[in-house]
Design a protein around this ligand. Sequence first.
Ligand SMILES: Nc1nc2c(ncn2[C@@H]2O[C@H](COP(=O)(O)OP(=O)(O)O)[C@@H](O)[C@H]2O)c(=O)[nH]1
Ligand SMILES: [Mg+2]
Length: 469
Amino acid sequence: MNTKKFIAADMRQALNLVREQLGADAVILSNRKVEGGIEIVAAADYDAFVEQHRARERQQRHIPEFMADSAAPPAQGDPSRVVDGTREPLAGQARADVLEALRRREQADSGSAYATEMADDEPRVAISARARTQQSRVPQEQPARYQPAPPLQPDPELAAMRGELKQLRQMLNMQMANVAWGNFSQRNPLAASVFKKLSRLGLAPALCRKLIRNLEPEADMKAAWRQALLELGEDLPLLPEDITAHGGVFAFVGPAGVGKTTTIAKIATRFVLEQGAENLALITTDSYRIAGHEQLSTLGRILNVPVRVVTEQHSLEQLVRSLSRKKLVLIDTAGLSHKDQVHREQMAMLSAMGAQVQRWLVLSSTSQRRILDRAVNEYKHLNLEGCILTKLDESASLGEALSVAIESQLPIAYITDGQNIPDDIARPQATRLINHAIALAKEYRPDDELVADMYSDAMADQTSDLAYG
Ligand SMILES: Nc1nc2c(ncn2[C@@H]2O[C@H](COP(=O)(O)OP(=O)(O)O)[C@@H](O)[C@H]2O)c(=O)[nH]1
Ligand SMILES: [Mg+2]
């Protein structure tokens, strides 16, 4: 077998070398990280070699040959002898002898076959040779009496092989993504350019795909880009009205540190400035943490509005009822882990309030996509009215948060972009949000490979078709 070792800076370059020198049918036998990059061992005529090797094995394992080679002739009356041309199962010493002969033959055969064809330091060879040595030791190490087998240890060789297989699969996926992206770019260069630009905004791959679906094929780049952005603007679920302006009872939920209390402070201060302190009350469910409600109490003192704390003696329902004459009641909650019993109690308390309380999810636009998804999943059973996007001033990319709002159909009620109370809060506007997303994307240039990956994700993600209609 014609095997060859290649070392290159990365997997792509190594694969190119393999293709150039051994042709497109070459088979990758192993790959591993080495100093200076990736080492690949590849074979040009692997299939032919395997077939030859199998044929040789079939020939050598021909049963009469084994019997002649090693096994003692069966004793008279031995049940392992051939009766009426039918081979009965071997038993006792005869069976052990045959097995031993088989083992010896296999060891000799396979050892030489691989050793002459492949390099000594090749991981695959090392694995198979060691595995065989372990097998061959079994009969000698077997204890005379039955003993329970020791617990199985994780096999490091097996784990290494699994790791290599995973790497290979990733490599293959990457290559396929590159091919799909290459084909698409050739067939439809305009749509491909717009897809790439959209992906730079941090938008989900499936959303990017949806936004290029209806592009006019004759349009120039500028018009196509504009069309995609207009469609993005139409997809954004934005609330044009100020949700708290007309009063009601609002609870703000979400992970710790996303800006729930600060957002409440901004809304409350604006409300007091416009409609007076006597129309507002604040409630906090955060009686769990030491000083959990201190921020809100301080705010209440400054604004001169009542602040109530949910305790065992004062349930949320009682407090809301006692404040029924207030036009606006804002409820602050503690952002606890979903695994926390206290968190579950808090969620149950809010759920039990039914339609008496509107529930709004506060999401930080600085969070990674997975954190945003997790937050939506944790709180969605509360029948959320929508969301508030915070920290736009600190975010490095806006597309992730916008995609989450679109996918989970959570209308955005407010955006916040700073710590100043009450100034840094506004109602969302599509143009402003999209321009901000574009401004942030100017500093970010994903390489072709990443875009190809996103494109193949978009193609593979059938469920997203439902999400984006
Ligand atoms: N830069 C910036 N910081 C914010 C914004 N909103 C809240 N913060 C800060 O985020 C931190 C956590 O806010 P907080 O309201 O206590 O979060 P909570 O745990 O969800 O109540 C505080 O330092 C806030 O000043 C925002 O829009 N922009
Ligand atoms: Mg808070």
